[in-house]
Design a protein around this ligand. Structure first.
Ligand code: ZN
Length: 183
């Protein structure tokens, strides 16, 4: 499969699997917007040289949030992409607090590419908190999310300066917006 075909197959697969899902923010954007943002961040940060990573970005929430099995990703897209997706998938049988704790704990052991995917995912999520805040989140919960995302990203640094700058800018913007709203 060519790089372009691989990426478009992943985009098509993800759009179908997440069809009908919306982001939890007030703008209720289609879920696929988040997947495309994460993929675009990674494409820019890696100079478009890692098609499998971009495909994995498009698929990164399919195991966690849709009726998709690991074996299906493996069969359609191969073991490299399946492993990348699995590396950013939480165990949903665990309580939320434990899942969040494990993300911090396991981040240093992730591969370099999985770390990039984690940073891009958190960048998109932190941006969304300000552009389209979750309707039922108070300010304390927003701050708590940003603090947690920073802890995960702190354990993923040293892989890609451009991507880390994008995350840091998102955090700076978010904290400025929070300070303004609290003033
Ligand atoms: Zn995500």
């Amino acid at each position: 499969m060519s790089d372009v075909s691989l990426i478009m197959q992943a985009a098509d697969f993800a759009a179908r699997r997440h069809a009908g899902q919306r982001r939890k923010g007030v703008a209720a954007e289609p879920y696929v917007n988040h997947l495309l943002e994460v993929a675009a961040l990674l494409a820019d940060a890696t100079g478009g040289n890692d098609a499998a990573l971009i495909a994995a970005a498009l698929l990164h929430d399919s195991l966690e949030d849709t009726a998709t099995e690991y074996e299906e990703i493996d069969a359609r897209f191969g073991p490299d992409i399946a492993a990348l997706v699995a590396a950013v998938t939480d165990d949903k049988s665990l309580p939320k607090a434990e899942r969040k704790r494990r993300q911090i704990e396991s981040a240093p052991n992730a591969t370099s590419r999985a770390k990039l995917l984690k940073i891009a995912d958190k960048t998109s999520n932190v941006r969304a908190l300000i552009v389209s805040p979750p309707t039922n989140w108070d300010l304390a919960r927003v701050v708590e999310y940003i603090d947690w995302a920073e802890q995960v990203v702190a354990r993923c640094r040293g892989q890609n300066a451009m991507l880390e700058r994008a995350f840091d800018a998102a955090v700076t913007d978010a904290r400025a917006a929070i300070a303004k709203s609290a003033a």
